[in-house]
Design a protein around this ligand. Structure first.
Ligand code: 5GP
Length: 208
């Protein structure tokens, strides 16, 4: 077992965000576990700490997209807000020094990020299963799950499990009625109200 302190890559000055992310991640890991997705989650210890099982991290960021925005719109010129004809799953290299570049399957194998093609297929399959659980869950709470980033690792038995966190830091949520952004884009785009938005996401998850 290891102690994970939730951290953010790009620091925002707003207080309390780590605790909100920890609570949101805890609820979502429990939801996914209850729906058959193996995760590293053990329990929330306190506001800023989550206990999780030790894994070997797979250095692939799995990006799942239902609606085009962000780098997909920038890189391929797909109009922001376009509902994709099917859920897109992409792989990025988890490598800050290289700026997390896009990967295809051959890159993953050449870089030995996984051993076998089967493992890449499994990452895609698990990412789609997670989307199939989370997308309707958030829709019921009035939020569009636009896109999100997942990370995976291998446990002691070599099984691939979901790791890291699932929060508005690595998911995009748009309010279904107003279109308002309820995620880290509020910080990235200088919109303000980041903590209030994260609190609203948590409250909707908790049914408040
Ligand atoms: P984009 O590629 O459009 O910038 O991001 C797609 C989705 O993945 C967004 O929900 C974004 O929050 C998440 N994402 C992509 N890369 C990262 C990353 O390095 N860190 C975090 N926290 N989220 C990421």
């Amino acid at each position: 077992m290891t102690l994970l302190r939730l951290t953010v890559k790009k620091k925002s000055s707003e207080a309390g965000k780590g605790a909100l992310n920890n609570k949101i991640s805890t609820e979502l890991f429990k939801l996914l576990e209850a729906n058959g997705i193996p995760t590293h989650f053990v329990k929330m210890l306190d506001d800023n700490h989550m206990l999780h099982t030790k894994v070997d991290v797979i250095l692939i960021e799995v990006i799942v997209r239902n609606i085009a925005t962000g780098s997909l719109s920038r890189n391929l010129g797909i109009e922001d807000g376009t509902v994709l004809p099917f859920t897109l799953v992409e792989f990025d290299y988890k490598n800050d020094a290289l700026g997390d570049p896009k990967l295809n399957d051959q890159h993953c194998l050449i870089l030995e990020l996984v051993e076998y093609q089967d493992e890449l297929d499994k990452l895609r399959r698990m990412a789609r299963q997670i989307n199939d659980i989370l997308k309707p869950y958030f829709a019921q709470k009035g939020l569009n799950l636009v896109d999100f980033k997942l990370e995976f690792g291998k446990d002691n038995n070599g099984n691939i499990i979901l790791i890291d966190e699932i929060s508005p830091d690595n998911c995009r949520f748009w309010d279904i009625e107003s279109g308002e952004k309820m995620d880290k884009d509020r910080f990235r785009q200088g919109l303000g109200g980041l903590t209030v938005a994260y609190e609203q996401v948590l409250n909707r998850i908790l049914g408040k």
